[in-house]
Design a protein around this ligand. Sequence first.
Ligand SMILES: [Zn+2]
Length: 115
Amino acid sequence: MQRYRGSCHCGAVAFEIETDFPELTTCDCSICRRKNALMVKVHESRFRLLSGEDSLTEYRFHTMTARHFFCKTCGIYPFHRKRVTPDYFGVNVFCLHNVDLSSIPVRQTAGVTME
Ligand SMILES: [Zn+2]
């Protein structure tokens, strides 16, 4: 597995993940649709927040289980805690540095039916 760094736009929020990118996922739930999110799923043991804990704001809705994080300064969504598998993060792959996403398969997940 390789280690990748990511950050929000202003740089306040920085994090690191380890993954071999088995797939990327999209989601059609009400929030992911609006974010146009393309994500990679990583277990919390493979996720590390490097900076920016104070810069994150959290949004919850519906069952209040999933925790959607945003940078207070630049508004970027870097990652969220998942609802069905709360020990996993969904990470915004466009926040990652130096990753070629072109050869990774994309799977569409159905979030809208869970709402
Ligand atoms: Zn930011």
